[in-house]
Write a protein that binds this ligand. Structure first.
Ligand SMILES: [Zn+2]
Length: 344
């Protein structure tokens, strides 16, 4: 036992001696050989890491996809063979139609209200002086409402066309509406509404004795750059000539009289009959019988131009700027219709 302990001590001392001894040159290559380093081979299946892609700052708006639903078509059930009643009566046209014949400088419609489809054609035209003569527009709407309620008043061989507003821009300037309006919307001063959007007096713009400067009371007014320069005049002229009516009545205010269309002494054939019938029905007088005469020359007016086309035309001047004098004017129109039907 003592011998074993001694041996152990001896071994420990030997080891300590070796450890404390001066280090020898260590051959590192001999310690670790290249063969000892395990080589790691990349797995055959490894894929290269993808390059980072730039994240777009703006996501494009997705294209909307339109869902198309196909509706199943239902096959109609077989119906029994219809019996077709063969008649000679065509489908009747509506007695009253409304259509825009043209558009104003500012794009407002110039509407025509037509009653009946007969050959003999009478036209009533209000508001050529726009908002300044707004009562002529109201009169036309009263006529439209009355003939709508009384279609029998238009004989079968007659056609009545009413244009309530020949100058819709001038009316809108005053009333805020290019069509029907309330008298509550009318201001005290309506002068500026006389003209169209180009500040042209449309009843000085027609091609009879046209002058670039017209007169209204003592005031000079623009009659347009040339005769029929305004779109409203062109539209009305085209409409009237294309329809070729037997008579045209324009409404104004407020001279309380009636005036025949005539140009340089020329009157259309039926002018005198038209004037007389309206006088009988309404009681307004022409200048020749004591009706008001204008103290200023009127150039380029619509009824005067129509005389050159042998279309009987006249102006009616209401008594003031407010009342429509509906009854007497309805009576005047009725008398004209009676005269036209009697003559046709
Ligand atoms: Zn007028």
């Amino acid at each position: 036992m003592k011998q074993l302990k001694f041996s152990l001590y001896f071994i420990i001392l030997l080891v300590m001696f070796v450890a404390c001894a001066a280090p020898e040159e260590v051959d590192l290559a001999a310690l670790v050989t290249v063969d000892d380093i395990p080589t790691v081979e990349a797995p055959a299946t490894a894929t290269p890491a993808p390059l980072p892609t730039r994240i777009p700052t703006n996501t494009p708006f997705p294209t909307p996809t339109v869902a198309v639903t196909l509706e199943a078509t239902v096959a109609p059930l077989p119906s029994p063979t219809p019996t077709i009643a063969v008649t000679d009566t065509p489908t009747p046209r509506p007695f009253t139609i409304v259509y825009a014949t043209a558009f104003s400088t500012q794009g407002e419609p110039i509407n025509v209200h037509q009653f009946g489809w007969g050959e003999t054609h009478l036209m009533l035209i209000g508001g050529i002086h726009g908002g300044y003569e707004w009562n002529t527009v109201l009169l036309m709407y009263e006529m439209i409402d009355w003939y709508t309620a009384n279609p029998d008043a238009v004989p079968e061989n007659m056609r009545l066309s009413i244009i309530p507003v020949a100058n819709p821009d001038g009316l809108k300037l005053i009333t805020g509406s290019a069509g029907r309006f309330s008298t509550d919307d009318v201001p005290y001063n309506t002068d500026s509404g006389r003209f169209n959007a180009n500040e042209v007096d449309l009843n000085r713009n027609w091609d009879c004795d046209w002058e670039p400067v017209g007169f209204w009371r003592r005031q000079e007014v623009s009659a347009g750059a040339f005769a029929e320069s305004e779109i409203e005049t062109q539209a009305l002229r085209f409409f009237i000539e294309q329809q070729d009516p037997e008579a045209v009545i324009f409404y104004h205010s407020a001279a309380s009289a009636i005036y025949p269309g005539q140009c340089q002494g020329i009157r259309a054939d039926w002018t005198d009959q038209l004037l007389f019938a309206y006088e009988v029905g309404s009681g307004y007088l022409p200048p020749a019988k004591g009706g008001t005469t204008f103290s200023y020359p009127i150039t380029g007016s619509a009824p005067d131009y129509l005389a050159l086309k042998n279309i009987a035309a006249m102006d009616v001047e209401l008594t003031d700027h407010i009342n429509t004098e509906f009854d007497r004017n309805l009576s005047g129109v009725s008398e004209v219709i009676r005269a036209l039907v009697g003559d046709s």
